[in-house]
Design a binder for this molecule. Structure first.
Ligand code: 4AD
Ligand code: MG
Length: 462
């Protein structure tokens, strides 16, 4: 007999004389002549109630072993439940213990701290909250593809190992087969990368953007969706060393068009998860963030606010707040500034655009003022920056001058410059941090808790 998932059993439209379900015991309650077993198989948040009657063959031996965490297979009858809270339950004819769990099982039914759960990342997905997180993560990834595929974008697999530092921030993980303690030396006494695997220095990618630009300038509208790596030593609740990023890149689109896509995309993802993960979202509303639903509804109802960087600086200055980092034109927006704009001033997502060129990477298009570039960041309440993007510099001479300014070797980027030499077009794109988006829709407060196995400074267990 084919097993039925708990989800399908709970959504049954009619009773069934014979059903096979399998999963893990969440709890067991014993009455005089029978036991209630709450069974979960990860297919949904809810448990399926199984009633094991004392007249069942082998009841006495097996029932004691049905402790929290044990895996079982149940053969029985799906009947309308007399109890409250569920329409259906299973009256067991046979319960087979597959794997016992016993009293040392770390996930006994009680409240556990997030820190403790991080230490048992191999068992954490069995906790209700984390089952929900990872089901939502899966759905969100599906929705990402659906959004772009439905709109004619081509999915491009950009390389994980690359020779360029797209963001120019120097936060690169080196990829090398050389002995780090004793690398071969060249004539000048430096490391001889000719002898390295790729015969040059290589890194894990920080962004697929530059390669996505290549494809946008051929296929029109493309997107990447894959892992990216940053050796930033920032131990915060929203930075991971390995995270996933979605990067659409669009030919013939300017900054305003780019902002439109980012806003539409973020709203689409919220709507999709609300529609398809309603049960799972309930647990976040209950245990993580009581205001979650109201906040997401509010975000969907109104347009994102748009302000230039210069206007944003004026707002911050006029706020009269005491900032940890002073507000000065030309400096980066710090997390406290981003959150003030989204949470206190506008109370909704904000798109900040036209940043000073000195604090942004080499590829952003220079504005006519000669001081700012067509950067745009989407800031959301509770998190801060969730999207970073720009219109790209499509003018060869301006791009070359900017690369000189950033001290880049133009020969290394000759392929990138070719895009401006041959059939150059205005084009734009952005990156959405997948985990930050997941934090936004679930209300989870720490990026470590929306990644199956998080990598952060000092932490790559498992
Ligand atoms: O703003 P960033 O650095 O932009 C880029 O990498 C561009 N090349 C994207 C593009 O235009 N195609 O990163 C984009 C987003 C951020 O807004 C943030 O959501 C996320 O990626 N992000 C991180 N998420 C988790 N941990 C980190 N260390 C992150 N760094 C960036
Ligand atoms: Mg950024």
């Amino acid at each position: 007999q084919n097993p039925t998932s708990v989800k399908d059993a709970l959504h049954a439209t009619a009773p069934a004389e014979s059903i096979l379900v399998q999963g893990w015991v969440r709890t067991r309650r014993d009455a005089k002549a029978f036991s209630f077993i709450e069974l979960n198989d990860g297919s949904c948040l809810k448990n399926l109630q199984v009633i094991a009657d004392a007249t069942m063959p082998g009841y006495a031996e097996v029932v004691q072993k049905l402790t929290t965490g044990a895996s079982i297979r149940v053969q029985g009858e799906l009947i309308a439940s007399k109890g409250q809270g569920q329409a259906w339950e299973v009256k067991a004819a046979q319960v087979e213990l597959m794997g016992a769990a016993g009293s040392t099982y770390p996930l006994q039914k009680k409240g556990h701290s997030m820190e403790f759960l991080r230490e048992i990342a191999h068992l954490r997905p069995r906790a209700n909250l984390f089952g929900a997180v990872f089901r939502v993560r899966s759905r969100l990834a599906y929705a990402v593809h659906q959004y772009y595929q439905d709109r004619g974008y081509v999915y491009v697999h950009t390389p994980i190992i690359t020779g360029s530092d797209c963001e120019g921030a120097g936060e690169l993980f080196r990829v090398s087969t050389l002995d780090p303690m004793n690398p071969p030396k060249n004539e000048e006494g430096g490391v001889d990368y000719e002898q390295d695997f790729f015969a040059r220095p290589t890194y894990l990618t920080v962004s697929g953007q530059l390669e996505a630009e290549v494809f946008a300038c051929a296929l029109g509208k493309v997107y990447t969706f894959g892992p990216t790596f940053r050796a930033e030593n920032s131990n915060t609740s929203r930075h991971a060393s390995e995270f996933w990023m979605i990067e659409p890149e669009m030919a013939f689109v300017d900054l305003a068009g780019n902002m439109d896509v980012a806003e539409d995309f973020v709203k689409y993802l919220i709507r999709d998860v609300q529609e398809h993960c309603a049960d799972d979202l309930e647990i976040f509303g209950k245990f993580v963030d009581k205001g979650l639903k109201a906040r997401l509804d509010f975000v969907l109802e109104r347009p994102f606010q748009r302000v230039s960087y210069t206007e944003a600086m004026d707002i911050l200055t006029a706020s009269g707040k005491k900032w940890e980092h002073p507000v000065k034109w030309g400096d980066n927006l710090q997390s406290e500034h981003e959150r003030y704009l989204a949470e206190e001033h506008f109370k909704c997502p904000v798109t900040v655009y036209n940043y000073p060129k000195e604090i942004k990477p080499f590829y952003m298009r220079l504005n006519d003022d000669g001081k700012t570039v067509t950067a745009m960041d989407v800031l959301v309440p509770g998190i801060g920056e969730i999207v970073g993007g720009s219109q790209r510099e499509e003018r060869l001479d301006v791009l070359e001058a900017n690369m000189d300014h950033h001290g880049l070797n133009k020969e290394d980027y000759s392929w990138y410059l070719d895009l401006r030499r041959y059939g150059s077009v205005p084009h734009s794109g952005f990156g959405l941090g997948f985990e930050r988006m997941l934090m936004f829709v679930t209300g989870m407060a720490n990026i470590r808790d929306v990644i199956p196995f998080a990598r952060t400074p000092g932490n790559a267990a498992f």
